[in-house]
Design a protein around this ligand. Structure first.
Ligand code: SAM
Ligand code: SF4
Length: 450
């Protein structure tokens, strides 16, 4: 029996979507729908209806006429209004030829027809072994190829401050940990961004602990300078901020905001976060989207006391909250934290989570995380083969990197490592990198990788 959806965001009996031509038109339309009392959600535009970077407005069929009137009256520029009944269908015929149970065959039929999986089915997928594991990975790989193609998306993170006012039990830069602290100046940050710009990276991730030193104005100044000088995409990962700040960041050109739910289980969230509130984290996930940024979330696999049931809910959370970039990686113990002696997350389970997330969420960015690259030397390649399509480079200046050990022995995923993982996974590098310059710098890149 299908379980009732816990997060209650799937409130549409017959879902429709409105796809606008730009972010501003999308936000304007959402505002109008809200004012008219038309219930709606922002979701990554599903496969077949628009690009992977775009956001659609989901609403119920009963409001279709009204939405059309609002669009006409306000001259909204839009691509179309579509019924989600006509969702993209996948061809998974090769999976049926594998040695799999009838239960798995029924699940594959649902995935082929693009019918939402329920929690029990997701749990089944998370527990598969042997040839059923191979079937799961293959299925995720087929859907990955259909949705986001063979090219890897490469983004680069600058960890610009390791000061943090919070004390998350799992994290190596938590407030009480005795580590050497650093902050980068605006100039230092811009210098690093310039290096990324020169190699052709299109999106920079600015990450830090929750550090109030970087006030709204300081952040806005950095964001504006990056936009003016380099016109690059910006992802912020600086923890919870005020609602007004999310709007200001979005208006200044921030494209994505990474704030992980870490775990969708209230019990576990409260256990691992001494100074965070579950409802506030959920609320902020909505605020980020409503401010016009794409929400990036995800969580850790193998946290102390975490169950498979909770992991299934983590994946459902990503789907139901319309998350665009979903980073699931293993929990890794960090020196000096309350969890330093806990065991790390399991590689195979982490890969299953990546695969199931691709199958459930489909048209989204899924990173092959630094954490999985740290857990196992081939972890990143294996994640790319299990449905992931994004790599985040560590682009913090080498002299500071060692002080940003959110977990111990962190793999410093750099461009060489990303190229190797891409090669080993038999995938392609992004078109946008500056290959002439990279070759000048000494990188060996075969033509078939480009
Ligand atoms: N302070 C910001 C925040 O919490 O959103 C951004 C920085 S925080 C270090 C970025 C991510 O690191 C967290 O979302 C968490 O998932 C991950 N992380 C921290 N400690 C970890 C650990 N021990 N194992 C795996 N991931 C960890
Ligand atoms: Fe700070 Fe983020 Fe680490 Fe929590 S996870 S202690 S908020 S850096």
């Amino acid at each position: 029996m299908a379980l009732i959806n816990k997060f209650l965001t799937n409130k549409f009996e017959e879902p429709y979507i409105l796809v606008c031509t730009s972010k501003s038109q999308m936000l304007f339309s959402k505002d109008l729908l809200d004012k008219e009392g038309i219930e709606n959600d922002l979701i990554p535009t599903p496969k077949g209806f628009g690009g992977v970077c775009t956001t659609a407005i989901k609403f119920d069929k009963k409001f279709e006429q009204k939405v059309r009137e609002i669009i006409k009256k306000n001259n909204i520029e839009y691509e179309g209004i579509y019924s989600l009944k006509d969702k993209y269908k996948y061809n998974l015929s090769e999976i049926f030829n594998m040695n799999i149970s009838d239960t798995l065959k029924d699940i594959v039929k649902k995935v082929e027809a693009n019918i939402e999986l329920n929690k029990e089915e997701i749990k089944y997928l998370l527990e598969v072994e042997n040839e059923e594991y191979d079937a799961l990975i293959r299925m995720a790989d087929i859907i990955r190829k259909e949705c986001v193609g063979d090219r890897i998306e490469i983004r680069a993170a600058i960890e610009f401050s390791n000061y943090c006012r919070k004390n998350c039990n799992y994290c190596g830069v938590r407030r009480d940990n005795k580590i050497k602290r650093y902050r980068m100046t605006e100039e230092e940050i811009i210098d690093e961004v310039e290096k990324l710009y020169k190699v052709g990276i299109k999106t920079v991730i600015l990450q830090s602990g929750e550090d109030p030193y970087y006030t709204t104005d300081r952040m806005l100044s950095i964001i504006k300078e990056i936009k003016q000088k380099f016109r690059m995409g910006i992802t912020l990962s600086i923890g919870e901020r005020e609602e007004e700040e999310y709007r200001l960041f979005s208006d200044a050109g921030v494209n994505n905001y990474l704030l992980k739910i870490e775990t969708a289980s209230r019990r576990l969230f409260e256990l691992i976060h001494p100074d965070d509130d579950y409802d506030i984290r959920v609320k902020h996930t909505r605020l980020i989207k409503e401010a016009g940024m794409r929400a990036a979330s995800g969580g850790m696999i193998g946290l102390p006391t975490q169950t498979i049931d909770e992991i299934a809910e983590d994946i459902i959370f990503q789907r139901d909250f319309g998350i665009h970039m979903i980073g699931f990686g293993p929990f890794l113990p960090a020196k000096g934290t309350p969890y330093e002696n806990c065991k790390p997350g399991d590689l195979k389970l982490s890969l299953k989570v990546v695969a199931v997330t691709r199958i459930v969420c489909q048209h989204v960015f899924l990173p092959a995380t630094t954490a999985i690259a740290t857990l196992h030397p081939d972890g990143q390649t294996l994640a790319l083969k299990a449905g992931a399509n994004t790599i985040m480079l560590i682009s913090t200046p080498p002299s500071l990197r060692d002080n940003y050990q959110i977990y111990s022995n962190k793999n410093m995923v750099d461009l060489s490592f990303a190229i190797k993982s891409t090669r080993d996974a038999k995938r392609k590098l992004p078109k946008y990198l500056n290959y002439d310059y990279l070759k000048e710098l000494g990188y060996e890149i075969e033509d078939e990788l480009i």
